[in-house]
Write a protein that binds this ligand. Structure first.
Ligand code: FES
Length: 82
């Protein structure tokens, strides 16, 4: 599906880590792991798709899985203004 052969472990919501190819768009990674990320604009401006990856806010519609850390801990971002 994605050309990168490098894999990274993703633990979504504290679940068991699952291997995902580096470079996979976050929306696709979520779908592969059985999760749905809410979306709005789909081009990075509204913030509806924000998730937290190891404590850093990521806009899932425009960012891809990186290999910055050994295991990527993912949670849905909570925004009190949204
Ligand atoms: S859907 Fe709007 S920023 Fe991602």
């Amino acid at each position: 599906m994605f050309s990168s052969s490098k894999q990274v472990q993703i633990s979504w919501g504290g679940g068991e880590p699952v291997s995902v190819a580096v470079g996979t768009p976050w929306l696709a990674a979520a779908q592969t792991l059985g999760h749905t990320i809410p979306t709005g604009c789909l081009h990075g401006s509204c913030g509806a798709c924000e998730i937290e990856v190891n404590g850093h806010v990521v806009r899932a519609c425009i960012e891809v899985v990186t290999d910055r850390d050994a295991i990527l801990q993912v949670d849905m971002a909570s925004d009190p203004y949204w």
